[in-house]
Write a protein that binds this ligand. Structure first.
Ligand code: SF4
Length: 186
């Protein structure tokens, strides 16, 4: 059976490759056990999409399972308006547009294109400040898209047991798994 990378891993892996291990370990458990406030709030932002309550229009895809064969990625589409070809990823609050945010919408973009949809624009949406950040399509930003492809390769070849991993204290301080991780510097 082929292995697919969950879309949520893209951001986690950039933050710290070891966090993927904990994500997999606790993915099936009650998230209240290990999530802290910002993560819980961020999750709440997605609830209306996950419960498919944002819109009942047939041309709106929300919380629909998607698979991208080309990059072997799986996950859910946040919000796609098939009429105008607009793909949006909602975040509770956006302080910085991290590469991981962009890669998450790239993954959705590729999956939707494979499904035959025409994606004309993509954007990140900050729900707290009601602000939209347009993101260039992958072919409009080849450098960013190359980084996306490199990330997929890194995730596929990452070895948890390989030596040479160096934790970053600032990241450990903000890591929801710091109490569980042997490498934590906190
Ligand atoms: S505690 Fe530090 S080393 Fe461990 S997963 Fe979190 S960021 Fe990575």
């Amino acid at each position: 059976m082929e292995t697919y990378i969950p879309i949520s891993f893209l951001n986690d892996f950039i933050f710290c490759p070891r966090s993927i291990y904990f994500h997999q370990l606790y993915g099936g458990y009650d998230t209240q056990l290990y999530q802290q406030k910002p993560q819980i709030a961020g999750r709440a932002a997605h609830d209306s999409i996950d419960k498919k309550s944002y819109s009942t229009r047939k041309n709106i895809l929300q919380g629909v399972e998607i698979y991208c064969e080309q990059y072997k990625i799986c996950g859910k589409v946040d919000l796609f308006d098939a009429d105008i070809g607009k793909l949006s990823e909602r975040k509770r609050e956006i302080k910085v547009i991290y590469d991981g945010y962009v890669f998450q919408v790239y993954a959705q973009y590729h999956a939707l294109c494979e499904m035959g949809y025409q994606v004309r624009s993509i954007a990140l949406y900050d729900m707290t400040h009601n602000k939209t950040y347009p993101i260039p399509l992958p072919h409009e930003d080849p450098e960013m898209h190359q980084k996306f492809e490199n990330l997929i390769k890194q995730i596929n070849s990452f070895d948890m047991n390989a030596s040479g991993f160096v934790p970053v204290e600032a990241k450990c301080r903000n890591c929801i798994y710091s109490n569980l991780c042997d490498y934590s510097l906190c």
